[in-house]
Design a binder for this molecule. Structure first.
Ligand code: GLN
Length: 470
């Protein structure tokens, strides 16, 4: 009830698309009954959670923030949603995002942009007044980052204890960093994507947003594991783990990829990054500069692979099977075209067009196949670094702290995504686990996160390091 009333009180953040008030209260009551009987279901019994609106939820509208799926009520739960419910979690509602998770601001969905709760922090407000001499809230409010901005805002504003996001190029870690919460992108294949409406199948993973690293470990323990409904999940059983409260950092070898000194990196974030490296060094860890020479091609390579997979994924939205159907139905062709024009925003349509271009017979070798080869090189860079003895890599998560909405929308979605995913994208190319940890507040009073990238399926080590650092 407290979470639900907080959701109402923070409605202006636009973090939730759907609030499942009735079912949430019923689930909470059932949980309380179980508690009284001493029969709790698991770690998350009674814990209020929020779900990004690109995960299918049985009986609850699932829109992907798109006109195409507005009103769509899935007949089944995504595996991760079912797992949360099986543990007794209370599902509060569905969170806002960029249409079909394409974006890095949570500004491009049909329900409008999400506001970063930190827009209303006292330090930031005072700074705004100092700089502009006005309390003009409308020009000052900040974006959450994205595309899981609704989930990040929901956790950051304390309306839920954990939220699910998705991460294809950074969509969990980017908003987590900009909203001051923990964001975990697990290894590709560790968590089922069944029921997650796909963006780029070869990179999508469910992401976990929490207030602290310990919570992320608990949720990971609930969600991880093989799913016969997702053939990319690995067969090896996953052993949930608790993080030790003491670790000996002197045994660690931390890698600092030199290519991550990217143009546009703010001096504050840079300073924080090297301070973090010092922290490890002072604790006795070895801190080594390493090189990931192909990472620089990751964004351009992502553009080809992402749009190609989008072109094929979006073909299902033909007006017949799912979602919106245009009334302009003189012929099948006309109906297809009108349905997509009315159903998708220009970002989605643009990606479908680019993807089909890259997949044309005469372009396939030159673009799609080449991008796949580059992807392999990017992934091999990581293998080499880890084989050289590095335990985890330490990098920034974003170039800087968050910015006002009015600044953000000055550039188009494609340019923005390219800049915003610069530190997060390569981990998706390589399928590696990565976590962002809130690290400090900037001079403007806004959160900055740092990222750790680990070896495949070594979440326990990654989270242990993250917890030590937290
Ligand atoms: N910003 C990237 C994009 O627009 C990544 C999005 C994501 O991870 N879902 O595609």
């Amino acid at each position: 009830q407290r979470c639900l009333s907080l959701i109402k009180a923070t409605k202006f953040l636009n973090a939730y698309i759907t609030v499942a008030e009735e079912t949430a209260l019923k689930q909470a009551e059932e949980s309380e009954e179980r508690y009284k009987r001493g029969q709790i279901l698991g770690d998350l019994d009674g814990v209020p959670v929020a779900i990004k609106d690109n995960f299918s939820t049985a009986g609850i509208e699932t829109t992907c923030a798109s006109n195409m799926l507005k009103g769509y009520i899935p007949p089944y739960n995504a595996t991760v949603v079912q797992k949360l419910l099986d543990q007794g979690a209370v599902l509060l509602g569905k969170t806002n995002l960029d249409e079909f998770a394409m974006g890095s601001g949570s500004t491009d969905g049909i329900f409008g942009p999400v506001r970063n709760p930190w827009s209303y922090s006292r330090q930031y407000r005072e700074k705004c007044v100092q700089n502009t001499q006005t309390e003009n809230e409308d020009s000052n409010w900040l974006i959450t980052g994205g595309s899981s901005g609704g989930s990040a805002a929901a956790v950051s504003s304390f309306t839920c204890f954990t939220a699910l996001g998705s991460d294809t190029g950074g969509s969990t870690r980017n908003p987590a960093a900009l909203c001051g919460v923990v964001g975990l992108k697990p290894t590709y294949g560790l968590i089922s994507r069944h029921g997650l409406i796909p963006l780029v199948n070869s990179m999508d993973v469910p992401g976990i947003l929490t207030r602290c690293v310990d919570d992320a470990a608990i949720v990971l323990g609930v969600l991880a594991g093989h799913d016969p409904k997702d053939s990319t999940t690995v067969q090896d059983p996953f052993k949930p783990f608790e993080l030790p409260s003491f670790i000996d950092a002197s045994k660690l070898c931390i890698g600092i990829p030199k290519e991550y000194h990217a143009p546009g990196l703010s001096s504050e974030t840079l300073a924080l990054w090297s301070k973090a490296a010092d922290l490890f060094e002072n604790a006795g860890a070895r801190v080594k500069e390493v090189s990931l020479p192909h990472t620089q091609y990751s964004i351009i390579c992502y553009h080809v692979l992402c749009t190609a997979e989008v072109a094929s994924n979006m073909a299902r939205f033909d007006g017949l099977e799912y979602g919106h159907r245009s009334s302009m139905d003189k012929s099948t062709e006309v109906m297809y075209a009108a349905t997509r024009r009315e159903g998708f925003n220009d970002v989605v349509r643009g990606r479908i067009l680019s993807g089909n271009y890259f997949l044309l017979k005469q372009n396939y070798e030159n673009y799609f196949i080449k991008a796949q080869k580059v992807r392999r090189l990017i992934a091999n860079d990581f293998v080499n670094v880890f084989n050289g003895g590095i335990d985890v890599l330490l990098t920034p998560t974003t170039l800087r702290d968050t910015i006002p909405y009015v600044e953000f929308i000055k550039e188009d979605n494609r340019t923005r995504s390219a800049q915003d995913d610069i530190f997060t994208q390569a981990a998706n190319m390589a399928g590696l686990p990565a976590i962002t940890v809130p690290t400090a507040v900037s001079e403007r009073g806004l959160p900055i996160g740092l990222q750790f990238i680990g070896r495949a399926f070594r979440e326990q080590q990654l989270l242990t390091v993250a917890k030590w650092f937290e």
